[in-house]
Design a protein around this ligand. Structure first.
Ligand SMILES: [Fe+2]
Length: 130
């Protein structure tokens, strides 16, 4: 039986700022607090634990967090991205600026969190392209 991911730790310069950035885009209250972490629990029970990094911002190893959302949720999130005036991309490495993508039979978009972690929202799981 495969294990289920329970939590992951994301290093940040300001754990609550990073967690609020994410909950704000998701339209969720919070974040929570648990020990040294600012926590964001997502629909499948995984908790993203933002931790203040002990290294400088330039040494934080950037991660990629992808969130599967419904079409309606994507519309809401994309509106929040626009409301905040955030730069966004259709590709994971800052390709296709100010565009969304339509890969994998859905829509997808990438934004940077306050430390530069790539935050992806997509409406359909990845499928192998032919
Ligand atoms: Fe991805």
């Amino acid at each position: 039986m495969p294990a289920r991911l329970d939590h992951t730790i994301v290093h940040s310069t300001d754990r609550f700022a990073s967690a609020r950035f994410l909950t704000g885009l998701l339209g969720e209250p919070g974040p929570g607090s648990f020990g040294p972490f600012a926590t964001v629990r997502v629909a499948n029970g995984v908790t993203i634990d933002f931790a203040d990094s002990i290294v400088g911002r330039d040494r934080i190893v950037l991660q990629h967090l992808a969130f599967l959302v419904s079409e309606d949720e994507f519309d809401e999130i994309f509106a929040r991205i626009g409301d905040r005036g955030l730069p966004y991309w259709g590709g994971p490495h800052h390709q296709e600026p100010q565009r969304i993508n339509h890969r994998h039979h859905g829509r997808g978009v990438y934004v940077d969190d306050p430390d530069g972690h790539a935050i992806e929202f997509l409406t359909h799981p990845y499928v192998e392209e032919e």
